[in-house]
Ligand binder design. Structure first.
Ligand SMILES: [Zn+2]
Length: 78
């Protein structure tokens, strides 16, 4: 099991997610981000806007995801 925070995954708070795989943790953080966005939480709305800008650039999201995946995989299991 590895843990990453919302912030480390491109979000805006210190909420911690735990998962065995990167796909799982990405899903959890996405779900959390969407909930916060739906509540209109300003920091998460801003994080979502930044993500949208990233999506407008070809290949930028893939590169960004790869970096997060590498960080996740480099972490020790606990
Ligand atoms: Zn958050």
């Amino acid at each position: 099991m590895k843990a990453m925070t919302c912030k480390e995954l491109g979000g805006a708070c210190d909420e911690k997610f735990e998962a065995y795989t990167f796909e799982e943790i990405a899903k959890k953080s996405k779900y959390h981000g969407m909930q916060m966005f739906a509540q209109g939480e300003p920091a998460h709305v801003e994080a979502m806007e930044n993500m949208k800008k990233l999506m407008a650039e070809p290949g930028a999201v893939d590169k960004w995801m790869d970096e997060r995946r590498t960080a996740f995989e480099a972490m020790p299991e606990n």
